[in-house]
Design a protein around this ligand. Sequence first.
Ligand SMILES: [Zn+2]
Length: 267
Amino acid sequence: MKNIKSLFAISLVVASVGLKTYAHGSVRKIFTSQMTFPFENHSKKLYGVDKRTIYLTFDDGPTSAATPEILEILRDYGIKATFFVVGRMARNNPALVARIREEGHRLGNHSYSHEFDFPTESHFISSLKGTHNQIKNYVYRHDLLLFRAPGGIWNNWRTQIGNSDPSLRRYVGPIYWNVGGGNPNNRDDADWKCWTKGVSVSQCEKSYLNQIYSNYRRGYASIVLMHDINRKSAQMLAQLLRDLSRDRVQWNFELIEDIPAVQEMAF
Ligand SMILES: [Zn+2]
């Protein structure tokens, strides 16, 4: 993610024509180690985005335990979100995969078995393709294909291998986040940590609110990571949206594919 190699030059060329091509509906995309976000330098990666913007993302599902409740809460607020599904979960819950997209949300690829490591290049390709095959029939024609790496773990060979495959090259990724985890010293900055460490729904929700406000004060939009595998995350989402909707700040909720830098990567 940090090495500037020849791909960077390619990315810049791609970026310069990206929006124009996208507008014509001929969408091709690329894995890149450079223009993904936010994690580091997120002021650059989220440039041009109003600091009141929130991108909700849900990973690791879908599951009957949490996804339907999350969809109902989002519908109550008229908010669209991005669901980075795990392939084997999608295979077991095709009706939920269909419902996510039918209700106006977007489907992303989060690997097939949530692998943190891929022993070989072919493992990497088959994992991502396995998930692609689970979601491709539910993705609409002009949706951007998005990938988020399990654990956010990425390196340059994955960029090169992803871009060498015709179907994976169409993905934009890896998509990072700036709310919902990343600090190993913090026990309540991610929903999954809260539930394993016995942190209450209310306390966890406060931590998420603080992370969003922290971004806002620094002038950044928020890409929020939650997981649709535990019902407590649905309960936390309900509290979070209640608090944000009553806030003095008028928050806007958008899709990851609306981020200008993501659209520039689609070429
Ligand atoms: Zn995950």
